[in-house]
Design a protein around this ligand. Sequence first.
Ligand code: NAP
Length: 338
Amino acid sequence: MTTETLTNKQWRLKQRPVGEPSAETWEFTQAEVPSIKDGQVLIKIEYISVDPAMRGWLNDAKSYIAPVAVGDVMRAGTVGKILESKLEGFEAGDYVGGYSGVQAYDVSDGTGLYKIDPNLAPLPYYLGVLGMPGMTGYFGLLNTGEPKEGETVVVSGAAGAVGGLVGQIAKIKGCRVVGIAGGPEKCQFLIDELGFDAVIDYKNENVKAGLQKACPDGVDVYFDNVGGDILDDVLTQINLKARIVICGAISQYNNTTPVKGPSNYLSLLVNRARMEGIVVFDNAKEYSVAAKEIAGWIQEGKVKVKDHIVEGIDTFPDTLMMLFKGQNFGKLIIKVGD
Ligand code: NAP
């Protein structure tokens, strides 16, 4: 196999955005794919995960992971096929997951690379329900939310990659599940397809009034994907010893003003409740156990999967923005194409 004729397409960070990323944030580059050396593999990337976390990785700030450096290929979770290997343990034809970034090909030394089986599940699942978002929902809900049968679990971003799974796992655990999502189509889907007990359309309803109606016994677990006003509203409805899982705060990621914190936090004191942040990577050693259980639920029809696949790596800057406009319906993924 010769790599001489292959041209890579890459999206690089050109300058750090203030507020929303824009055309000025990115640079599109093309370059010949280099030949691999001993200890390397060449991967043709097939699918790229587009995640809200990408916005945080653009900030030059201390976080759970280093920011993407200006000039670098944008970090992204990926799945692809090995075209050529000079690395022990990997062969041409193997499918692999990893963090190859927003590009069409990757020459890798194997760091962070793991084999996946395209016969066990469709490739996009490895970026969604069986990948990072799936692991986030699974461990965040079960280990930090600790839902018990009969309890009420509220989840925001409920029609998204993480939220959709959280609600379905909470149903499996015997909870009353209330989803918060934007728009009638997403809300109807949560009831009809994912089996949620109640929904609140935060774009068209008063969230606090919606919670009072949908959670007559109060809120025991709140899985927060959005932060801001919705977190504040849920705090007014929590029960004694409630658990608030701080998974994300997408409503705040593009703020140019300080992040809006929960002014109702004293509800934690009154209710002896706890609010705890989670980072999915802390559970890396147990991913395979979780993926096996989730795959079993999918097979049994207890977990339904919704991916939103956009064609073409060229679309990356616009596709990323879909997350912040609520334009994705399910796990957002780019299909790289030829
Ligand atoms: P997602 O829910 O599939 O997509 C993002 C969704 O956020 C949009 O579809 C939109 O849904 C909603 N949204 C956007 N702006 C909003 C706003 N101003 N107010 C309320 N909702 C808004 O994304 P995901 O991948 O599943 O991620 C969900 C959250 O989990 C994010 O906050 C992400 O950062 C976090 N996360 C954390 C970890 C971790 O380790 N802590 C790991 C993965 C993800 P609507 O149409 O319903 O508005």
